[in-house]
Design a protein. Structure first.
Length: 332
């Protein structure tokens, strides 16, 4: 295997990566979740992904080995020979299975199908991007407590204390929209990203030495970093069935500072549960979109985001009804 320095030189020589030669990887024993995530991250890697996952100096031998793998993957997306991505990745996991960084994620070395979101969380956790360290993303949480007299539970019948606010600057690059938020009547991604939770059954609770039995929490991202993945959990945790409600997906997201992120990739899931079925994806490379299904190494070119939204992918799936991971980034 080539060393890190040699692979990084190759990457710099090949930059900017040309989209005309883009190819994918062939499916290998339920590897669609892995192939789709890697294609979205590394076929045309954003500068933040390049810096954090490919070029950042690492002392840990395990992470260095994964960096070598990611560099090979990035380069091989422009090569016509077949790189055994999934097989090599699983072998690398087996080699480092006793490393504390890997132990909690050891299932990925098997030939079983897995959830694309969990695999992406694993990759980011290796580099501290899953909420382990500061990365530029800021989460704001506003909360308040109140008192009501049963059976009235409407907000106008509650005596609320003022909101108190706290921020979290160790948020993940992945913003997960849970199923309970996803199933609410609104069907716009931006609305789903503002999570509001109310509780009217607090017991033996007090706030500022006063009895309280109601609470309200509002959670939102107030500052984006240059790269963000919005994950929509479509699987009902009670029935374990996936719901294909239609969601409006915007071409861009804007944070409270005016920073704009643009849609860059989407991963779709087709199947009855997230741990079965098939994953495919769409990825923007420069100004052109590509559809990738690892049942074939070839990728299909699509001219615009509007056409991507109308495109019928594997088994007639669409971005609005089957999209589970939405990649946004800041165009530099």
């Amino acid at each position: 295997m080539e060393n890190l320095a040699s692979l990084r030189k190759k990457l710099k020589k090949s930059s900017p990566l040309l989209c005309d030669d883009l190819v994918g990887f062939s499916n290998q024993n339920n590897s669609c979740y892995l192939d789709s995530v890697l294609f979205c991250l590394f076929s045309d890697p954003h500068p933040l992904i390049q810096q954090q996952l490919l070029l950042s100096p690492q002392r840990n031998k395990t992470i260095q080995d994964f960096q070598k793998m990611f560099l090979q993957i990035t380069l091989s997306f422009r090569q016509q020979h077949s790189f055994q991505t999934c097989q090599s990745f699983r072998s690398l996991l087996r080699v480092h299975k006793n490393d504390p960084l890997i132990k909690n994620w050891s299932d990925f070395h098997s030939d079983d199908q897995h959830e694309a979101l969990e695999f992406l969380q694993f990759l980011f956790s290796l580099f501290g991007l899953n909420g382990e360290k500061k990365n530029g993303t800021i989460m704001q949480k506003k909360m308040r407590f109140g008192v009501f007299t049963p059976p009235a539970k409407s907000p106008q019948h509650i005596q609320w204390f003022p909101f108190f606010t706290r921020t979290d600057n160790k948020s993940s690059l992945i913003y997960v929209i849970p199923y309970l938020q996803f199933k609410k009547p609104h069907r716009k991604l931006e609305q789903m990203m503002v999570m509001q939770e109310e509780s009217f059954d607090l017991t033996q609770a007090s706030y500022k030495k006063c009895f309280v039995n109601a609470s309200e929490e509002i959670q939102r991202l107030t500052h984006f970093t240059d790269f963000l993945v919005v994950a929509v959990q479509r699987e009902d945790p009670r029935t374990m069935q996936v719901k294909h409600y239609k969601v409006e997906i915007p071409e861009s997201l804007t944070d409270s500072t005016g920073k704009i992120l643009y849609i860059d990739a989407v991963i779709l899931h087709v199947g009855e549960s997230v741990d079965s079925g098939h994953y495919v994806c769409f990825k923007r490379c420069q100004d052109v979109w590509f559809y990738y299904n690892d049942f074939s190494r070839t990728v299909e070119e699509i001219s615009s985001w509007e056409k991507v939204k109308k495109f019928k992918a594997y088994q007639s799936s669409k971005v609005a009804t089957h999209g589970v991971l939405f990649f946004y980034n800041h165009i530099l």
